[in-house]
Design a binder for this molecule. Structure first.
Ligand code: AHZ
Length: 308
């Protein structure tokens, strides 16, 4: 009984205790004794497990019904989440990211190079986020793509109405027939990515579900998991065929993605490079302004649906 402290609950789920806020490092020495006498507050291993388990499963339980599900936490999905969370603090936004590390392709600018190019006027979004850049006239350059990605991630995850489940893949869409007889996307079917990747090697491992009136798909162009919803719409008979991403043309590609961001089928908004597979538009290569602007437009489309 001493080892499993049933009565010890440092942070009960319904506690009103708030997480601490940042302190001035000049006033606070994190490690006061570096001379061999540093001590931690005592802990039971079970407390650590329970601290994680109850939060994670409580979060899963609560988000089984969400207002908006965003599939994919790349530059488009995160830009969408940021705009939606700032505009609508009342909306429960659940981000699902198949990878352990959120951020998609936005940890690097292009090839394996670190600077990130953003064409104007999308630099305004960098100003909103407070990400510094060098002005090159028609475009700006962030010194490291990871500076954009880590900044937007830290902002998005701090919103009380946003949760993200990473290492969690969307395996399918929930597609229902509405009262007018139309097919409508009404949520997603999820699994931990490590489970999804092992469907061929293990016996049946059924998935889970999250229902939501709005699903925003931001899974990128075709790849190991990319263009997930676009491909599923075809196999489900909701889209005749994939447009398939066309060759690189920066000037055509970026406006096509932003202007094409829309509810592609009832209940499902598509944003970012996944749209190039859906619509057959060009790729733009390593310029990220369209991902930001498309994500913001997707958030605005979601608000229209929620308010209709
Ligand atoms: O892991 C994927 C990545 O983080 C995630 N994802 C894909 N399928 C998923 C699934 N369930 C959950 N089934 C899934 N998550 O989606 C994220 C997509 O991010 P991305 O950076 O690949 O796409 P984006 O549209 O946000 O940004 C595209 C950036 C590109 S690609 C490109 C070119 O090739 O020309 N140019 C730009 C700017």
């Amino acid at each position: 009984a001493a080892i499993l402290p049933n009565t010890v609950d440092l942070y009960p789920i319904n506690s009103t205790k708030k997480y601490s806020t940042a302190v001035e490092t000049t006033q606070y020495d994190v490690c006061e004794d570096y001379e061999g006498n540093y001590r931690f507050a005592p802990i039971e291993e079970a407390q650590v497990s329970r601290a994680m388990i109850k939060r994670y499963f409580n979060m899963m339980y609560e988000r089984t019904v969400s207002d908006v599900v965003i599939v994919g936490a790349g530059s488009a999905g995160l830009s969408c989440a940021y705009h939606l969370a700032t505009s609508r603090p009342d909306v429960k936004i659940t981000i699902l990211e198949a990878n352990v590390a959120p951020g998609g392709g936005a940890w690097l600018g292009g090839q394996l190079m670190t600077p990130m190019v953003v064409r104007k006027p999308a630099d305004r979004f960098l100003q909103v986020l407070g990400v510094p850049y060098e002005d090159e006239g028609a475009f700006v350059v962030v010194k490291h793509a990871a500076l954009f990605t880590s900044t937007i991630l830290s902002r998005v995850l701090a919103f009380p109405n946003v949760v993200m489940m990473n290492a969690t893949a969307v395996e399918d869409l929930i597609i229902r027939t509405d009262f007018q007889g139309r097919q409508r996307v009404s949520g997603v079917v999820t699994n931990w990515t490590l489970v999804s990747l092992n469907h061929d090697t293990q016996s049946c491992m059924d998935p889970n579900t999250i229902t939501a009136p709005v699903v925003i798909s931001a899974t990128g162009h075709d790849g190991p998991m990319g263009a997930f919803s676009a491909k599923r719409l075809v196999s489900a008979g909701l889209l005749k065929e994939l447009g398939n991403m066309k060759g690189l043309d920066m000037n055509r590609a970026e406006p096509a993605i932003v202007n094409g961001t829309r509810e592609v089928t009832p209940g499902l908004i598509m944003t970012g490079m996944e749209l190039s597979e859906h619509d057959g538009s060009n790729r733009m290569g390593p310029t990220f302004g369209a991902m930001m602007a498309s994500g913001i437009k997707a958030a605005k489309e979601a608000i229209k649906i929620l308010d209709s």
